[in-house]
Design a binder for this molecule. Structure first.
Ligand SMILES: O=c1ccn([C@@H]2O[C@H](COP(=O)(O)OP(=O)(O)O[C@H]3OC[C@@H](O)[C@H](O)[C@H]3O)[C@@H](O)[C@H]2O)c(=O)[nH]1
Length: 434
């Protein structure tokens, strides 16, 4: 609560009046009179009808003193529950924003981040906000969540717009980080047409906006443009090996078109573009139901469930921690380098090794089970990051073990939170074949 005003619990019918209230008592939770009235919640608590003494013939029992005590006790319990809820809500409203750097008008940029409420986007928001820039976050909340950016809500440098970039957007900005798109295979395969639209129409809209207002635009592409690669590790000069009609094509080909569009706008319309090919990334704020290997394995391990390996587990990936990616994105935007740049951690591991690392890091006894392989699953993946090193002076700094500790801690809290609010076992989304 930025104003410092206290939330208070007001009781429309005070405790002493409960006896006299025949129908319901209404509890109104409101702020102190701070003039804002922004948080206002009403909770109606249905009470058992308590007729005034003597209302019912021979009803001495109903209106008895014991009945009374019951109801007062019940009401007290409900008040306690409400008070706990208020404490929880108060905790969620930041009392104070992090201290952002002050930038003067000349150095402060207006920056649009599409998908800014998502996993990667929200970390980038934090970084750029701390640097003192003005941020406009656009998200359709398909996979993004308000929770990821709620700590900035109300800040004078921050704006959140619920908008789907498949539709045009007319705003004035200096830079655009175009991150919007589902990125987890089960999510992007869930609605392939929407995934293609986001990466084609959405990208056209962002490039059109960049052209109109003269903004620099960074397109978030992916290691998936290399498909199931027959060159290893993958340099940016490799053209890839993608099945254009397979289940992953909506994303792989969508991102390939996004890159093609970027360079077409650069050539024809002089738009200043940057293209980041992002390799597998993990960290806090991944959705529990993300469905990618990091979140699935950690959640399974934390619950002592079997760790689900798709196929033999001999396929490889290279995992980068999200803060390294954010550094790379910012460095790329700031650079003069316009060709695609791989951003990923080149330490490669098999998925089986990865399962063991997670199990050991969590310290559980989960079995590692083999499920049917995923169609068109890339078999080897490792970025060649020579270009990023040379032109951005960038390379990942966070070792896997260190990043995993933070990520496991995050998922531990997420699980506690979800168990508290609903069920006991959380089953991560998997592409397990039935
Ligand atoms: O529960 C699981 C989930 C996944 N896996 C396997 O783990 C590997 C990694 O799978 P993920 O779903 O995490 O991610 P993928 O590498 O397939 O795709 C990712 O590539 C890079 C990014 O652009 C995207 O975030 C995403 O498309 C795959 O071989 C997959 O089959 C499992 O063995 N078990």
């Amino acid at each position: 609560n930025p104003t410092g005003a206290k939330l208070t619990l007001g009781i429309a019918a005070g405790e002493n009046e409960l006896d006299a209230n025949p129908e319901r008592s209404r509890y109104v939770v409101d702020r102190d009179a701070d003039g804002e009235g922004t948080v206002r919640r009403r909770v109606e608590v249905a009470l058992r009808r308590h007729p005034p003494v003597g209302e019912e013939a021979g009803g001495a029992e109903v209106g008895s003193k014991d009945g009374h005590i019951d109801e007062v006790h019940q009401a007290k319990q409900q008040i306690l529950a409400l008070e706990r809820k208020i404490q929880e809500l108060e905790g969620r409203i930041p009392r104070k924003y992090p201290d952002v750097t002050f930038l003067n008008y000349k150095n402060r940029k207006r920056i649009l981040i599409t998908g800014g409420a998502g996993f990667v986007g929200s970390h980038l928001v934090d970084y750029l906000m701390m640097q003192g820039h003005e941020l406009i976050v656009v998200d359709n909340f398909f996979t993004g969540r308000k929770r990821n950016v709620e700590h900035w809500l109300g800040h004078e440098n921050f704006e959140l717009i619920h908008h789907d970039i498949v539709n045009p957007l007319f705003i004035e900005v200096d830079e655009i980080y175009h991150l919007a798109s589902p990125a987890s295979p089960p999510h992007y395969m869930y609605n392939p047409v929407k995934t293609i639209k986001t990466n084609t129409l959405g990208t056209i809209n962002m490039l059109g906006l960049a052209k109109r207002v003269g903004a620099k635009v960074l397109i978030a592409s992916t290691s998936e443009v290399y498909g199931d690669p027959d060159v290893h590790p993958q340099p940016e000069t490799y053209w890839g090996h993608v099945n254009p009609i397979g289940p992953r094509a909506c994303y792989d080909e969508g991102k390939r078109v996004a890159e093609t569009l970027a360079y077409a706008y650069a050539k024809q319309e002089n738009v200043n573009v940057r293209v980041a090919r992002i390799f597998n990334t993990y960290g806090p704020r991944m959705h529990m139901n993300d469905g990618r290997v990091v979140s699935n394995f950690i959640i399974q391990a934390l619950q002592n469930q079997s760790i689900t390996m798709y196929g033999s587990g001999k396929q490889t990936r290279s995992f980068q921690y999200v803060s390294d990616l954010v550094d790379g994105l910012v460095a790329l935007m700031a650079s003069n380098y316009t060709l695609p740049v791989n951003l990923g951690n080149p330490v490669e591991r098999t998925i089986e090794e990865f399962a063991v690392i997670i199990r050991d890091s969590v310290g559980c006894k989960s079995k590692i089970v083999e499920l049917p392989a995923v169609e068109d699953d890339p078999q080897r993946r490792k970025p060649d990051i020579a270009r990023a090193k040379r032109y951005l002076d960038w390379e990942p700094r966070v070792p896997l073990k260190e990043g995993l500790i933070k990520t496991i801690e995050y998922f531990r809290k997420e699980l506690a939170r979800s168990n508290h609010s609903q069920r006991n076992i959380f089953v991560p989304e998997t592409t397990e074949k039935k």
